[in-house]
Ligand binder design. Structure first.
Ligand code: GCW
Length: 680
């Protein structure tokens, strides 16, 4: 049955024509050394299974090239045949690979070469992707290496198997039965991630329990690390800053206290004894009630360096999150992280990387890029995207996040003049950093399809592809994913691509159009709540963000208001500060405007707002109709599942529109524009 479990490792037989084309090219598999190495063994297993499934004929495994249609997978070191090809492997780095069609001693075939076994693994998955996307093998010449070093998933998984902001069932980590019972799902998790180039995973929630650092849980993490190792996935843990007090018996967690320093150093030694390739710590400190260095009058840098010094002898890194905003801080929440961190530029140890969310508030359907990107030249910054759709309709709404990631990565910070994109900040090229990273908050759970819907798989997939190369286009990935997930049918592809391309903008339109943000219901964050204004922390109230009253709507972040624009480099600040240049998408993020403000569409602001809400609903209707048209071309199981969810989404898009318009109308006191149906 098409239950979605196989993700992009689906390997269902290709169309007969494609099978015929590929079969003579994929007769024989040569992987020298595969008996000794777990990674090479994994490659062999994957290629036999993948090619066997896709072509309905598994290749033979052979010790050497001795006929046409070989696939030779080897480093130059392991294979004289590869050495003889004189490939430019020096360009590939540690993890890169090349896939070339070539001739060896008169036989024609394909070589996957790399400097390391992991490079071979990534190259082998690329080879499978070529088949899955029906790309030509003849004359193929691909060179690829990752632009970003740490390509990680962040699991917000708790030790009781609940998942914070997770909508796909409970955590896949079965802490109770670990380390003795190793669910085969752990291996499939590693395969799926390796296939898209992800090379690390933070197992536990950033709202961390100190228990995850106790011997009992470290043994469990070590068992997972053993499963993941052949696939190049390193294990990391979220560390609770106050752990020395909670599980160490100390009475302080002050970074300047020698006992605290010793405690962390011993803890690191203990971890590395169990997990020799442990990646390091992720830390949420002094944020939303979490403990941190500021509890002791120390800075984020002093806190980060405490852990960094414990990990440094072992080669581990600290990923220190910049998602901070203080209770009772009157400063615009969008400014606080920058205010806290930018003055610390230059104070972080070399093995610290600061992890910054894509926007300055919190994973909203649309935000401007975070002003910290480009503003801390001496500090490596990594991106934190959210793959789970906390604010975009959970797992039930269809929203492809590729266009959102692309929008952020391609945004120009102008930090070093034009072309200083966010992508160049995080790939290290803008400011010359070696330590680089990107993290995605996972949307994975123990649901059969992993992500709570078929289409949510695309978000995990595109995250991996863009982490490997942040210049990758969302549309290209959408097309690959559709081919791999459904079929090569041109109607499925064009219709599916349309749906994916427009889906995120639809969510923006029916939830928070024109640069509005944070209008969701309290706590669970599902559904509208723009009227909420009485929560204890002012910056948790939607009213804090929309600032709507009889006269107008929007958050003035120009110099007349909070002046958040000043945190951006000059040309960007100027553009954001200008009502006419900022563009409709971020208009109300940066400006408070009267309801009759004339928009470029010819409508006034009130009419435009209503129009956008309405458009969002129309876009979902369109998506439903598009999906419906694919019924004959999609298997019943996955067709039905998506059809049902789209029905939910349409209903809820209407709910967002009607509730939002009704509320804003109660404030603006303006009539509904012509042609808009009043709320049901
Ligand atoms: O998006 C918010 C979420 C919290 C989360 C926090 C964070 C892990 O609502 O659930 O906590 O951000 O990123 O730390």
């Amino acid at each position: 049955a098409e239950d979605g479990y196989d993700l992009w490792l689906r390997y269902q037989p290709l169309e007969a024509e494609a099978r015929e084309k590929y079969r003579p090219q994929l007769r024989q598999l040569v992987i020298p050394g595969s008996e000794q190495s777990p990674t090479l063994k994994a490659i062999e297993g994957e290629l036999v299974r993948g090619v066997g499934g896709l072509l309905k004929r598994a290749p033979g495994v052979s010790a050497g090239v001795n006929g046409d249609g070989f696939v030779l997978v080897a480093t130059p070191k392991a294979s004289r045949d590869v050495r003889a090809q004189n490939f430019p492997v020096h360009k590939l780095g540690e993890e890169g690979y090349l896939v070339r069609s070539t001739t060896i001693r008169g036989h024609r075939g394909t070589v996957v070469a790399a400097n390391s076994e992991l490079g071979l693994l990534y190259g082998s998955f690329h080879l499978l992707r070529l088949l899955q996307t029906r790309s030509a093998l003849e004359g193929v010449s691909i060179e690829s290496r990752p632009r970003i070093g740490l390509r990680l998933l962040n699991h917000w998984d708790n030790l009781d198997r609940s998942v914070e902001r997770g909508y796909a069932g409970q955590s896949i980590w079965d802490w109770w039965n670990l380390p003795d019972v190793l669910d085969p799902r752990y291996t499939d998790y590693a395969r799926a991630n390796a296939a898209i180039g992800i090379n690390g995973t933070v197992l536990n929630n950033v709202n961390a329990s100190a228990d995850s650092l106790t011997p009992r849980y470290l043994a469990k993490a070590a068992a997972l690390a053993d499963v993941f190792r052949p696939y190049g996935i390193r294990v990391y843990l979220s560390a609770r800053f106050s752990a020395p007090v909670e599980i160490g018996g100390l009475d302080t967690a002050d970074p300047k206290d020698p006992d605290v320093q010793r405690w962390w150093a011993h803890k690191a030694d203990e971890i590395y004894r169990l997990i020799p390739d442990f990646g390091g710590f992720l830390v949420k400190a002094n944020s939303e009630g979490q403990p941190g260095p500021q509890d002791y009058g120390r800075s984020h840098a002093e806190g980060a360096n405490l852990l960094a010094r414990a990990l440094n002898p072992h080669g581990g890194v600290v990923m220190w999150r910049a998602f901070v905003y203080q209770q009772d801080n009157p400063e615009d929440r969008a400014k606080q992280a920058y205010s806290d961190f930018v003055p610390l530029d230059g104070q972080f140890d070399d093995n610290v990387i600061v992890q910054v969310k894509n926007g300055p508030i919190d994973f909203q359907p649309r935000e401007p890029f975070h002003p910290m990107f480009g503003a801390m030249p001496k500090t490596p910054l990594m991106m934190e995207f959210q793959i789970t759709k906390e604010y975009l309709g959970f797992a039930s709404h269809l929203a492809y996040l590729g266009p959102m990631y692309e929008e952020v990565l391609r945004a120009d910070t102008f930090a070093e003049g034009p072309g200083s994109t966010v992508a160049k900040v995080i790939d290290g090229s803008l400011h010359g950093h070696q330590l680089t990273g990107i993290a995605g908050v996972a949307n994975i759970g123990s649901d059969r399809d992993w992500t709570g819907s078929t289409f949510n798989q695309a978000n995990w997939y595109v995250f991996g592809r863009m982490a490997w190369n942040p210049q990758t286009g969302a549309e290209e990935v959408a097309r690959d994913w559709l081919k791999i997930t459904f079929s090569n049918n041109p109607v499925v592809l064009t219709t599916g691509q349309d749906m994916l391309r427009d889906s995120r903008q639809a969510v923006v339109d029916y939830m928070t159009p024109l640069g509005l943000a944070h209008l969701m219901a309290t706590g669970h964050h599902y559904g509208p709540g723009p009227w909420v204004s009485d929560l204890a922390r002012p910056e948790w109230n939607p009213a804090y963000y929309h600032r709507a009253d009889k006269n107008g709507i929007g958050f003035d972040r120009t110099s007349e208001g909070s002046n958040a624009v000043a945190q951006y480099a000059d040309p960007v600040a100027k553009r954001f500060a200008s009502r006419s240049d900022v563009g409709d998408d971020l208009l109300l993020w940066f400006h408070h405007l009267p309801w009759d403000y004339p928009m470029t569409s010819g409508r006034d602001l009130w009419e435009e707002l209503v129009h956008r809400y309405d458009t969002g609903v129309a876009e979902v209707r369109e998506m439903r109709a598009q999906w419906q048209s694919l019924e004959p071309l999609i298997d019943a199981e996955r067709f039905d599942k998506t059809a049902r969810l789209l029905r939910v989404q349409e209903r809820e898009a209407q709910w967002w529109r009607d509730a939002s318009i009704a509320y804003f109308q109660s404030v603006s006191q303006r009539p509904l524009p012509e042609g808009v149906a009043p709320p049901a």
